[in-house]
Structure formats: structure tokens, C-alpha cells
Design a protein around this ligand. Structure first.
Ligand code: TYM
Length: 338
């Protein structure tokens, strides 16, 4: 099967759990905004994924609005993209169930993110956390999305989405679901922890100093970059010189992504410089780029009714695309719709 029969369409999502961090912005939101206008774009706040681990109900509603505010503050235009939260479109759960019956247990057992999150204690985790990649496949395929921009950590889940689409098409002898491509490009598809360049930056790291939160004010952003771990060498002359220097690589990648240049450009500009010169420059750049976004997020969060209105409108538009695809899926599977 080829994808030429499918209209190019982008889908991606972010979990509302624990607040947005710089990795979400550079690895996801900034790139999502850049794809607006290139093709149809659908972006989701995946609240049903968030509850695969415990979420306080009042905080979940607030975090859902905050992720929506993050998208909007970073430049997502709700007239150009569809912006909605997953639980307002019930078809996600419905297609998710069908895909639970397509995906194989052996496939789920290979998902490294589940292994990382559950550790040695898998039996105590929710069934939802284990099954969640099948719901993610439903999120994507419910819109026949062809392009899924994500950070590196989600690549395996998008590959699983392709396997589910292929098996469904094969088992039911149809060409119904596209083989979706992950879009993983640019210098910041894996932003690392500021205290340990071998670990991914995440919302759940132990210390707040390891990450930049999208709600951090200018002082905090500057302080965190100035205190970020680096190494004893000056900046290298070429990007090849960054091999085996994870902290240096990360700070240069972040600078490049914030400034819309390549790591090679950054290295060319700062070749031989000491960290005492580079880190304040990075801090200034980060404040210049991020403070307006966090300011706009705070402004948007002061009017939750407006965010709710945008999400309700986006949900209605999402349902219009999703419903016919779900119904056709039911027909293919043989579910009686009387
Ligand atoms: P989530 O909520 O963990 O992360 C949202 C997006 O941010 C990216 N990301 C990063 N990118 C670079 N560096 C980092 N340190 C970093 N941390 C997070 C993630 O790769 C992701 O693109 N399962 C998904 C959400 C999801 C989804 C979907 C995505 C549900 N359904 C359908 C795409 C399509 C997740 O948990 O992402």
C-alpha cells in the first residue's frame, strides 16, 4: 500500500501531566507550529493518556488548559490548526479498543517506554499504561494522519502505529489506514537533562534545576542555564568535537534550536570559547525566546473560559473528521450499526 491515496495530514499530542518543559517546546510544540500552513494540522492535549498514571482531578483540568495555553502562546493559530483535548472526542477510546484487539501482547512487551516507566514493578502499574501505545495509534489513525512530529522518545510508538495499521489492513483485506511516518528532525528531538547530559529532560526528574519549565520566569531560566553542567574543555572547533561530550552537545543543540540555526553554526560562532562566555549567551537567548511565551501562557491562563471555548470548537471540528473514519472502521470490522 502507498500513502498517495491519503491527504497529507499532521497529528500530534502532548500529555497534560506535570507541566510543560523545554523538551516539549523544542522537540514538539515549536515544530508543530512550524508545520502549520504546510498541510492540515491537528494537535491534541491527550488527557486520556495522562491518567495512565494517577492525576489529581482538579490538577488534570488545570494542566489540560495549561498545555493548550502552551500551544497557543507558542504560536498555534486555532483558525489554522485544530486544537482540542482528547476526552472530548469519544472516538479515540472507541478506536483504541479496536486496536487493543489488533495489537499483539508481544508487540507491547517490546515498548521500551513502558519498561522504563514501570521498571521492576510492572504488575503494580495500570493496564492503561501498558496498553497506551494502542490508544496513541488510535489518536493518529482516527484522522488518517500521514505525518506525526514527535521527539525521539516517541519513535517506537509511531512505528507500532504503522504495525497496527498494516495488520488491520492485512487482516480485513482493506487499504484503509495509512502507514504513518514519524517526523523527527532538527537539533532538539532529544533535549537532555541540564544536570546529566545522558538523561532526557522530563517533567518528572528529581530536581527542578535539571529542566526548564515553560512557566519559569526570566530569573529562573537564566539561573538554570548558568548552573547547567558543562565540562572542562572550551567549545570545540567542529561538531565532531562534541562526540562523547553529552552536556556540551546538549547546550549547543538547545542554543541552535532556540535560535533556528544548526549546531554547526553555533560551533562556528563560539569555537574555542569558554563556558563562562557561552552559558550567559545561552541564558540571554533562552530568556529572550521563552519569557514572552511564559508571559503569554500566564495571560491565557487568566481567562480559562476562552481556552475552554477554543478546545470545544476544536473538539467539534475533530469529531467531524473522526466520526466517519470510526464508522467506516466499525463497518469493516463487522460491528452492527442499526
Ligand atoms: P509526551 O507528553 O511525553 O511528550 C510530548 C512531546 O514532547 C516530546 N518530548 C521531547 N522532545 C525532545 N526532548 C525531550 N526531552 C522531550 N520530552 C518530551 C515528545 O517526544 C512528544 O513529541 N505518547 C505521547 C503523547 C501522544 C501522542 C499521540 C504523540 C499521545 N498520542 C499521538 C503523537 C501522536 C507522549 O507521552 O508525549
Amino acid at each position: 500500500m502507498t500513502n498517495t491515496a491519503f491527504t497529507p495530514r499532521v497529528f500530534s499530542g502532548i500529555k497534560p501531566s506535570g507541566g510543560l518543559q523545554l523538551g516539549n517546546y523544542l522537540g514538539a510544540i515549536k515544530r508543530f507550529v512550524g508545520m502549520q500552513g504546510e498541510m492540515e494540522t491537528i494537535y491534541c492535549v491527550v488527557d486520556m493518556h495522562a491518567i495512565t498514571v494517577w492525576q489529581d482531578p482538579a490538577e488534570l483540568a488545570n494542566a489540560t488548559r495549561e498545555v493548550a495555553a502552551g500551544y497557543l502562546a507558542a504560536g498555534l493559530d486555532p483558525t489554522k490548526s485544530i486544537l482540542f483535548n482528547q476526552s472530548q472526542v469519544a472516538a479515540h477510546a472507541e478506536l483504541g479498543w479496536i486496536f487493543n484487539c489488533v495489537a499483539r501482547v508481544g508487540w507491547m512487551n517490546r515498548m521500551t517506554q513502558f519498561k522504563d516507566k514501570a521498571g521492576d514493578n510492572a504488575e503494580k502499574h495500570s493496564l492503561g499504561l501498558y496498553a497506551y501505545p494502542a490508544l496513541m495509534a488510535a489518536d493518529i489513525l482516527l484522522y488518517h494522519a500521514t505525518h506525526v512530529p514527535v521527539g525521539e522518545d516517541q519513535k517506537q510508538h509511531v512505528e507500532l502505529t504503522r504495525d497496527i495499521a498494516k495488520k488491520f489492513n492485512h487482516d480485513y483485506k482493506v487499504d484503509f489506514f495509512p502507514e504513518t511516518a514519524p517526523v523527527i528532525d532538527g537539533p532538539a528531538t532529544r533535549v537532555m537533562n541540564l544536570r546529566d547530559g545522558t538523561k532526557k529532560m522530563s517533567k518528572s526528574g528529581e530536581s527542578d534545576m535539571e529542566r526548564i519549565n515553560m512557566t519559569d520566569d526570566a530569573d529562573k531560566i537564566a539561573k538554570k542555564f548558568k548552573k547547567a553542567k558543562s565540562d572542562a574543555e572550551p567549545l570545540p572547533e567542529t561538531v565532531e568535537g562534541l562526540a562523547d561530550r553529552p552536556e556540551a552537545r546538549n547546550l549547543i543543540d538547545i542554543y541552535a534550536a532556540l535560535n533556528d540555526v544548526t549546531p554547526a553554526d553555533v560551533v562556528a560562532e563560539y569555537a574555542g570559547a569558554q563556558w563562562g562566555k557561552f552559558k550567559p549567551a545561552l541564558a540571554d537567548l533562552a530568556v529572550a525566546k521563552l519569557a514572552p511565551i511564559s508571559g503569554e501562557m500566564a495571560r491565557l491562563m487568566s481567562d480559562p473560559a476562552e481556552i475552554d471555548r477554543i478546545l470545544a470548537d476544536g473538539s467539534a471540528r475533530a469529531r467531524e473528521i473522526a466520526q466517519p473514519i470510526l464508522h467506516k472502521t466499525y463497518d469493516i470490522v463487522g460491528m452492527l450499526r442499526s
